[in-house]
Design a protein around this ligand. Structure first.
Ligand code: GLN
Ligand code: ZN
Length: 762
């Protein structure tokens, strides 16, 4: 019985890769220097896995940017706009990733590949672009170099590749007609060539990741899977393939996966617990099974005894030689090393496992199953920690549970209908037609960041920190009044991150110092940990908003992050359903909403940009989720009087298939991103006859160019043709925190002009 790993975080325990890549981009480091850091990280990670007792260690799980981009390059899927350029392979790689690369000056902008979420994680991959007549060609440079690199350290590895069907499924065809899955026949020869080269270079096994197997498959995907793995087996009989699936149960795809002619099958038994009972009957007697028993996506210590007794029956049926013990998925989605957390208390730390600790757990399970009795002390320590966490009174709050038990329907409904509320709100707010506002954040200047950092390190007093932030808020308010916006914001200078900021104050949350996870490219996020029942002991935003209102002659919006988004962007406890945790957060936000209202705030925005990404992978699970997510939002927002206006905001998502749920939130106003799609995304709201108010974003906050008032008026005109003009708000696509003041000033001035023109003409 082997212990195996499926992938290790590549960013480095101190985000060394981020720094190296960014200094290469900035021209401060050479390509060689970047490659040097990358090689050091790979070596460190291979050795770390070996030291943890992992026997099957992956290679080619490393990436300078993204594994889907690596796969596209390895298969020659390089769109013409990049292929044409006379640049180095590394420059081309980053051009595809970001539209720019050091040492390359382009006569005109070329758009990077599109970025999309990797299944239901917070990792974003680059979308391969296919032509209808796409040709493929193998370039095995990277996987072979990494295989050899590990070999030279004396470590035999199992190269990882994105499987052919997942690769095609996640790509997009650059034409309206046709199906990307039809490309399987032309992809396969190149894919097999790639595998052959890797095999010739000495790999005995490869890991082919096909997480599409945990989604709803269409017939084409099923056929493509059969065709692909039959052909691979026929042409490369010597190469052993570990077909790898994760992020959910195989369920109805289990027999299909089991019947594919691969030497091994990896299954996620954390999320796909139910698969376990069916596995031994489904797989042929010579297949190796890799059992994902250690959650790869969360930070909780595995209950080793539970895992052992869970797999015991499988082990008895299949025999130890056929079993590998593994994490549920690649550890890409976990932070690197818990040992680096110096500020978490010891008790909480004893409940957690990050990437490095998860590997030790995998090795521990394998050792225990082999009957190795030297691991007894480690097993005892694990049992102790698990029991301690279950029993801890830091986890359970009778008050919170009591409050949840007493929820009733009236708490998730506004008092009156939107039509009635609208009249009261109009009377009290007195806003013009086409009212203008922003999404919340204003530029996070160096000064703001510095003050936050100084406060964290204790270099400045709380009083001086507050004074600096108040000065910022005053300026932001003054600017908004001058430029003529109608509904103002305080600008969010005090927030490092819209989720961590609330996690810092709410009970039941812990914040790590170094728990970074790659989000995309060099960007990392540091999700808070929700370890216990959530509640609020003190108002979080009220003083800031009150201060902002005191500087303003127009209404200022209260600004909160919604419960679903806080849930989606945190590490969530695994000892109760996510829906419970979400409702607890909702109650805490509800308290904040109530306090804002009491302190005189007339408009409160509750952002839910993560509502859509929380959707389960399988359609049959959508409804359940949308019901509790919607309830949570309304639980947070419905506490207010009719005349208090509730806003929400969502961005960068497809609205069509969740429009009913969005309407069900019953927010008085929703602002959405629409400018990049030229108002196309508004279609969902139009077709649904969305009844409440909408602010379709009129400018793309990602672009440094200030949009003209003409372009924004054109978008407003377009919106007014399909919506009632009385429904329409005027705002940017999203928050302005990543922009510079010099970009924001003209953009908002033009936006106000466009709204004024709309009032005249529409
Ligand atoms: N209020 C937040 C901001 O303006 C919203 C951010 C988001 O949608 N991701 O920054
Ligand atoms: Zn947004």
């Amino acid at each position: 019985m082997l212990s195996a790993n499926l992938g290790f975080p590549r960013i480095g325990k101190n985000r060394e890769l981020k720094r190296a890549v960014e200094s290469y981009w900035a021209g401060a480091a050479s390509a060689e220097q970047l490659q040097q850091v990358a090689a050091e990280l790979r070596a460190e990670h291979w050795r770390l896995q070996q030291a943890a007792g992992i026997e099957s260690i992956p290679s080619n799980d490393f990436s300078l940017y993204d594994q889907m981009l690596d796969t596209a390059v390895a298969l020659g899927v390089i769109p013409p706009r990049f292929a044409q350029l006379d640049v180095s392979p590394l420059q081309r790689y980053f051009l595809m990733a970001r539209g720019q690369a050091p040492g390359v000056s382009l006569p005109h902008e070329i758009p990077a590949l599109e970025m999309t979420k990797w299944f239901d994680t917070n990792y974003h991959y680059l979308t391969p672009e296919f032509e209808v007549s796409q040709t493929f060609s193998a370039d095995a440079t990277k996987p072979i170099a990494e295989l050899n690199e590990a070999q030279s350290l004396g470590i035999a590895t199992r190269p990882v590749l994105v499987g052919p069907v997942t690769f095609l499924s996640l790509g997009k065809l650059r034409s309206e007609t046709g199906d990307r899955l039809d490309l399987i026949a032309s992809l396969l020869p190149a894919y097999i060539d790639l595998l052959r080269q890797i095999s010739d270079a000495g790999a005995l096994w490869v890991q082919l990741d096909e997480p599409v197997l945990s989604t709803d498959l269409c017939d084409k995907q099923r056929d493509a899977l059969v065709q692909a793995y039959r052909q691979i087996a026929a042409e490369l009989p010597q190469l052993k393939v570990m077909l790898t699936t994760y992020f959910g149960p195989l369920a109805e795809n289990l027999q299909l996966a089991a019947d594919l002619p691969t030497a091994g099958l990896h299954v996620d038994l954390v999320r796909g617990e139910a698969d376990a009972a069916l596995l031994s009957a489904a797989v042929s007697t010579d297949k190796v099974l890799s059992l994902g028993l250690v959650e790869g996506r969360n930070i909780w210590k595995t209950d080793i005894h539970a895992a052992i007794s869970f797999v015991q029956p499988l082990l008895e049926k299949l025999g130890a030689q056929r079993i590998q013990i593994a994490p549920s998925c690649s550890l890409l989605h976990a932070p690197v090393d818990l040992d680096a957390e110096t500020e978490l208390d010891e008790e909480l730390k004893s409940w957690l496992a990050f990437g490095k600790q998860k590997l030790a757990e995998v090795a521990l399970i394998a050792a225990a199953l082999r009957g190795d009795d030297t691991v007894q002390p480690a097993l005892d320590a694990n049992r102790q920690a698990i029991m301690n966490r279950h029993a801890s009174d830091r986890v359970h709050s009778p008050q919170v549970q009591g409050r949840l038990a007493w929820l009733d329907n009236s708490m998730t409904r506004r008092r009156s209908s939107y039509t009635q509320r609208r009249q009261l709100q109009q009377a009290s707010l007195g806003l013009p037609a086409f009212p203008t506002t922003t999404i919340g954040s204003f530029p996070q200047t160096g000064e703001i960041r510095q003050a936050r950092a100084q406060r964290r390190k204790g270099e400045i007093s709380q009083a001086s920190y507050v004074a600096t932030m108040q000065a910022q808020i005053r300026e932001v308010i003054q600017f908004q009044e001058e430029v003529g916006l109608d509904l103002l914001v305080h600008g969010e200078p005090e927030r490092n991150d819209m989720v961590e900021y609330f996690g810092e104050t709410l009970e039941g949350f812990a914040i790590t110092r170094n728990g970074w996870v790659q989000s995309y490219g060099s960007r990392c996020v540091k999700p808070p940990i929700i370890f216990g029942d959530v509640y609020r002991t003190t108002p979080i935003t009220v003083d800031w908003i009150r201060f902002a209102q005191s500087c303003a002659s127009k209404p200022v919006k209260g600004m909160l992050t919604g419960p679903v988004t806080i849930l989606c962007w945190s590490f969530v406890r695994d000892d109760q359903p996510r829906s419970e945790t979400c409702k607890q957060i909702a109650l805490a936000i509800r308290d904040e909403v109530a306090d804002l209202e009491t302190s005189g705030v007339q408009v409160i925005q509750i952002d839910e940009p993560a509502l859509r990404e929380g959707l389960p992978l399988r359609r049959r699970d959508w409804n359940d989720y949308l019901v509790w997510a919607g309830d949570s939002f309304r639980l947070a927002s419905s506490v207010v009087a009719d005349k208090t206006q509730i806003h929400t905001h969502m961005c960068y998502c497809e609205f069509n298939d969740i429009i009913e749920a969005i309407a069900g939130l019953d927010a008085d106003v929703i602002s959405i991103e629409t400018s990049r799609s030229d108002m196309e995304l508004l279609g969902a709201f139009v077709n649904f006859r969305y009844p409440n108010e909408i602010g379709p974003g009129v400018f793309d906050i990602h672009s440094p160019q200030a949009p003209t008032s003409e372009s924004m008026l054109r978008l407003l005109t377009k919106a007014a043709e399909v919506l009632s003009p009385a429904q329409i708000w005027v705002n940017p696509d999203c928050g302005l925190k990543t922009r510079k003041w010099d970009e924001v000033r003209p953009a908002l001035a033009n936006m106000v002009k466009a709204a004024e023109a709309a009032r005249q003409s529409l």
